[in-house]
Design a protein around this ligand. Structure first.
Ligand code: 5GP
Length: 203
């Protein structure tokens, strides 16, 4: 039987470019699988159900949560978001590394429940640049924009709790840094080749 894959958490304030980084990362890393979250947020026009999110109503979400189906779940910007545990663990059992794109509350839950998870925080070069990127994306109303900028400031205060902080100053550079972190972790855990125990020492 193969050893379970890595559980990788990617967080960072909205608009920092997490989606782009994941889109660039997945085709370069055949061992990596993206966990599609459940949410009660309304679908944006460009979003594909089952690809970006599973869009469900609140009753369905609460039923799944009540049945303990989520590895983590949280309210973000007034909407519910959650990660389906069975999918994540199924993929890991097959030896795949799984990446979650979740907020800081979800990351804390994952840290508690899966202490071996690898937590990566994506940071903008500055808060001004973050605002500019979200304005360019143009999917938020001015009210959402204000609320999300406040939330971004709170999220930034969690960066120090992550195993790694990657500044997304340039998408290509940031993806390369994330790839290097994953490769390093696989080597450290003895997973670059055959399954093994975590290799210690040697910094
Ligand atoms: P958006 O609605 O813009 O796609 O995402 C808003 C926030 O929700 C982002 O910070 C994203 O990381 C977070 N998020 C997306 N899926 C999940 C999830 O399954 N769990 C948690 N805790 N947060 C999530």
């Amino acid at each position: 039987m193969s050893c379970p894959g890595l559980l990788v958490v990617l967080s960072g304030p909205g608009g920092v470019g997490k989606d782009t980084l994941i889109q660039m990362l997945l085709p370069r890393d055949p061992r990596l699988r993206y966990s599609v979250s459940y949410t009660t947020r309304p679908r944006r026009p460009y979003e594909v159900p089952g690809e970006h999110y599973y869009f469900v109503d609140e009753a369905t979400f609460r039923r799944l949560a009540g049945e303990g189906k989520f590895l983590e779940h949280a309210v973000v910007n007034g909407h519910l978001y959650g990660t389906l545990e069975s999918w994540v663990e199924g993929a890991r059992r097959e030896g795949k590394d799984v990446i979650l794109k979740i907020d800081v509350q979800g990351a804390e839950q994952v840290r508690r429940r899966r202490p071996d998870a690898l937590l990566i925080f994506i940071s903008p070069p500055s808060m001004e640049e973050l605002l500019r990127r979200r304005e360019r994306r143009g999917v938020e109303t001015p009210e959402e924009m204000q609320a999300r900028q406040r939330l971004a400031e709170v999220e930034m205060s969690y960066a120090g709790r992550y195993d790694h902080v990657v500044v997304n100053d340039d998408a290509e550079r940031a993806v390369c840094r994330v790839q290097a972190i994953l490769e390093d972790e696989r080597r450290r855990r003895g997973r670059s080749g055959a399954c093994g125990t975590a290799g210690e020492g040697g910094g």
